[in-house]
Design a protein around this ligand. Structure first.
Ligand SMILES: [Zn+2]
Length: 237
């Protein structure tokens, strides 16, 4: 059963109320959620589902379900099991999610400083990386750091735009990430636009204004293979 993905319209929702639609071995499904499921290099959210009696069902992870737009809230070990139809208060682990949003948006900005095909990427709460198909000699940590921070300091508002599958097919240059093709089949694809900086398909959660990133530090640049030159960053503060 599809879940209404509230984080898509507003990534800043920390609390919501929803009804249980299914409970299975892999997790709890709700009619709506603020929990982002693992995807596109961004980890699934953690947090809690709170029952009317105050009991907390700690959620350790969030994954995509078997069908499009279904979301599985994965409880930590030995948590109480809710009933189908039960109303729960949702609470996302906000400090973790906000760090992921800032780092995620920072990767969009950095992908415009390092101009090369992206072959991989990953985000964890304290650091993030992109892999590029580029010659090592072209990667200079100081330049990447200052270039990214200069763009961040422009303080541009981010925008979500939707285009049809056909429009995306006609503009293949929008897809920088060779390893992750945007999901097709829903008829439309979600893009993140950072005006004057970046435009690419992305279903993740982003900050409203890139100034919220603050700034980044390049932690290291490593050779992970012929087509994977890895640039790892952290938030400056
Ligand atoms: Zn994104």
């Amino acid at each position: 059963m599809p879940t209404e993905l509230l984080f898509r319209e507003d990534a800043y929702l920390r609390f919501a109320r929803a009804c249980v639609t299914a409970v299975g071995e892999r997790g709890i499904e709700l009619d709506a959620t603020i929990f982002y499921p693992l995807g596109g290099g961004q980890p699934g959210d953690s947090g809690a589902l709170i029952r009317a009696n105050g009991e907390r069902i700690v959620i350790a992870d969030t994954r995509k379900g078997a069908t499009m737009d279904s979301v599985l809230h994965v409880p930590a070990a030995s948590m109480p099991v809710p009933e189908i139809g039960e109303t729960l208060d949702l609470e996302v682990d906000w400090s973790r999610r906000y760090a992921l949003m800032r780092l995620h948006t920072a990767l969009h900005v950095m992908s415009c400083v390092v101009v090369a095909p992206v072959t991989g990427g990953n985000i964890v709460p304290d650091k993030a990386r992109l892999d590029f198909d580029i010659d090592m000699s072209l990667l200079d940590a100081a330049k990447i750091e200052s270039g990214t921070n200069e763009l961040i300091s422009r303080g541009v508002e981010t925008e979500t735009v939707w285009i049809t599958d056909a429009e995306l097919d006609a503009r293949p240059e929008l897809v920088k990430t060779m390893s992750v093709q945007p999901p097709r089949g829903a008829g439309r694809v979600r893009l993140l636009r950072i005006p004057g900086i970046d435009l690419q398909p992305c279903g993740g959660t982003h900050v409203r204004n890139i100034a919220e990133i603050g700034g980044v530090r390049v932690l290291r640049i490593r050779n992970e293979g012929r087509r994977n030159r890895r640039v790892e960053i952290a938030l400056a503060s």
